[in-house]
Design a protein around this ligand. Structure first.
Ligand code: ADP
Ligand code: GN1
Ligand code: MG
Length: 371
């Protein structure tokens, strides 16, 4: 691997000495390395990522979206007299002036500068970090509110189309290629019972009751970099799925991840709950940034967005389990099933706490003094 990394660095015009490299504990799709190089006597760190081109079938379009969005954020910060230092990702270009490199095996790679003194969180009880996560994704929305959505490539068509997600699920169930359906009858029927609720927002969008904005579509807490001393948010990362979408889904995906009492694959389901204190902390941070621009329907569907995305994510894990674990990386044979069970438990707890979530959202709107 060492030789491959050196060769890749050279292709990104980096000609230093390789000090070390590590795999980053990262998401379920791409593979990430932290690369340490000595360049002109100075130690410098870079992030090297292999883009999963089974999931991202057109890596060039992914990188075009990312570079356009990143440039827009950079220009907007500068025109508002704000510093761009650690606030925006800095991608490297290859020798042939591209933001990605295709190697001899057909693998796609990209490289960017490591943001110094930064850290990320998976599960955290620190309410400041949770509020900062809300601010980071809210700020991301505002920075891109004048980016023309028609300029974005649709990276994964129908990504949060829950009607289509149910269609794909039913087809996986029918094919049942691994003969696994018989062992998960309860989970299957519980997910099917949630179909009406989970498809409500998508239908509202189709009826023009909710409108599309530039959304991130993967608003997990570990996609925000924080200063490792102050825990103030720095920038939003993992921009692969930036596409037109509903703001309630970005809000909801973040709640699914950050306001859960457990990780997304917890097997002890008695530990899996929506934490309303964390919900409030995130909502305050997020609404602090975006409440001025939300429509009535957007405000009223934030809690439903959390329920919808939690059901959708669990359904995707269960679909992948039925398909034989071909999409998400897994660490053991029943990993996707455990994830699907965890998301189902969380979604049901959210449904039971719907009124309370709505009350918190309404209070955040009423309160004049924000964090
Ligand atoms: P994945 O698609 O695998 O989730 P990410 O782009 O989110 O990939 O990167 C994985 C992890 O690598 C992040 O959660 C973060 O900890 C770290 N990371 C990524 N980019 C940077 C960066 N520019 N500076 C510091 N850390 C980073
Ligand atoms: C995947 O790459 P990662 O782990 O950040 C997935 C998201 C899911 C998430 C669940 C392109 O994100 O949609 O919400 O797993 N990304 C893609 O953890 O499918
Ligand atoms: Mg990520």
């Amino acid at each position: 691997m060492q030789e491959t990394i050196l060769k890749l660095c050279k292709n990104f015009n980096l000609n230093g000495k390789l000090i070390k490299y590590n795999t980053f504990p990262s998401g379920h799709i791409n593979t990430t390395y932290l690369v340490n190089l000595e360049i002109n006597g100075e130690n410098q760190e870079f992030v090297l990522q292999q883009i999963n081109n089974t999931v991202f079938k057109k890596p060039d379009e992914v990188m075009l979206n990312i570079s356009n969005v990143t440039n827009h954020i950079k220009n907007k910060l500068l025109s508002n007299n704000k510093s761009i230092e650690r606030k925006v990702l800095d991608f490297l270009k290859t020798l042939d002036n591209k933001y990605y490199y295709k190697d001899e095996d057909g693998k796609f790679w990209r490289m960017y500068k490591f943001v110094n003194n930064s850290t990320t969180f998976d599960l955290t009880d620190n309410l400041k970090v949770i509020t900062e996560t809300g601010k980071a994704f809210g700020e991301f929305q505002c920075l891109l509110d004048d980016f023309p959505i028609s300029n974005l490539n649709i990276i994964i068509p129908h990504f949060h189309n829950t009607v289509n997600r149910y269609k794909i699920f039913k087809s996986a169930l029918k094919n049942d290629v691994k003969n696994r359906a018989k062992d998960v009858i309860n989970e299957i029927s519980e997910y099917l019972n949630l179909e009406n609720l989970a498809t409500k927002m998508y239908k509202m969008q189709k009826e023009n009751k909710l409108h599309l904005r530039v959304t991130h579509n993967d608003t997990k807490c570990n996609n925000v970099l924080f200063d490792n001393q102050t825990f103030n948010h720095l920038c939003v990362i993992d921009l692969d799925t930036v596409m037109p979408g509903l703001i309630g889904f970005d809000f909801g995906d973040a709640i699914r991840f950050v306001a859960n009492t457990s990780l997304e694959d917890e097997t002890n389901l008695s530990k899996v709950k929506l934490d309303l204190v964390k919900f409030e902390a995130f909502t305050e941070g997020f609404l602090n940034e975006v409440k001025h621009c939300l429509t009535f329907n957007e405000k009223n569907t934030l809690s439903l967005g959390a329920i919808t995305i939690t059901i959708e994510c669990g359904l995707r894990f269960l679909t992948d389990y039925l398909n034989g674990d071909v999409y998400f990386k897994t660490s053991y044979p029943e990993h996707n099933l455990d994830r699907a069970r965890c998301q189902l438990t969380l979604a049901i707890d959210m449904i039971n706490n719907y009124e309370k979530m709505q009350e918190i959202v309404n209070n955040c709107f009423k309160n004049k003094i924000f964090v």
